[in-house]
Design a binder for this molecule. Structure first.
Ligand SMILES: O=C(O)CCC(=O)C(=O)O
Length: 222
């Protein structure tokens, strides 16, 4: 393992989250955007997470290739010390003045990646993390993506402002969220989830996500 990778792994083990700048070039960013927009064209949902489209790999084989063999895979293997187990690829948008995802964790095992496709910052709802929270699972296990919890003043807060092509890699147990898009600028991200089969998901978490979707919690009601 190179010195650079060893340092990245040390950060990842300690914080449960790392950012690599300029991880993919503008051409790849453009291709992901174009194909994800096309793959989701005409979708109409009104649930709380209507801005999140999982299963991109079933809509366009390009996303299956990225999920299984994208440039992140060798790095994930180094960070985890084993091959990541692909679950799904997703497109996350946030172009209206809401669409918050509240603090939560995703699954017990594995790793998650999120490549920025636009400039993403505090104004348009970038990802936020609690560094080290992957080691404090009991303390945060009550958190739910569809229920507000204010962690804005938390001392371990890490605001992942990113530019197109940057990647954030995190443990699914690292608490994360994204605030509302306040300025309406595009804030798109391409996410890959490596937590194995859906049945490996932390019991309850997946159910919460689905319950919130089914309940069609209209964001405008908040
Ligand atoms: O992109 C977002 O706004 C939220 C991402 C997220 O919660 C996740 O990847 O689990």
């Amino acid at each position: 393992m190179s010195q650079e990778t060893a340092a990245l792994k040390a950060d990842f083990d300690r914080d449960g989250v790392v950012v690599i700048r300029d991880f993919v070039g503008p051409e790849t960013v453009r291709k992901i955007c174009t194909r994800a927009e096309k793959a989701t064209e005409g979708d109409s949902r009104e649930d709380m997470f209507s801005n999140i489209t999982k299963g991109l790999e079933r809509r366009d084989g390009y996303f299956g290739e990225l999920l299984n063999d994208g440039p992140q895979v060798p790095i994930l293997e180094q960070l985890l010390g084993k091959k990541p187990e692909p679950t799904t690829a997703s497109f996350f948008t946030k172009s209206v003045n809401q669409q918050e995802v509240h603090p939560h964790s995703d699954a017990l095992e594995g790793v998650v990646t999120w490549i920025a496709l636009d400039e993403t910052n505090e104004r348009n709802g970038c990802l936020q993390f609690l560094k080290g929270s992957h080691k404090r699972q009991e303390e945060f296990r009550h958190l739910r993506a569809h229920e507000p919890t204010d962690l804005a003043g938390h001392p371990d807060l890490f605001e992942a402002a990113m530019s197109p092509g940057d990647i954030v890699i995190f443990r699914p147990t690292t608490v994360h969220w994204s605030g509302p898009n306040l300025d309406g600028s595009p804030r798109r991200g391409f996410n890959c989830f490596y937590v194995g089969a859906p049945s490996n998901w932390k019991r309850g978490r997946k159910k919460d996500w689905e319950a919130a979707k089914k309940a069609k919690l209209a964001l405008t009601a908040k």
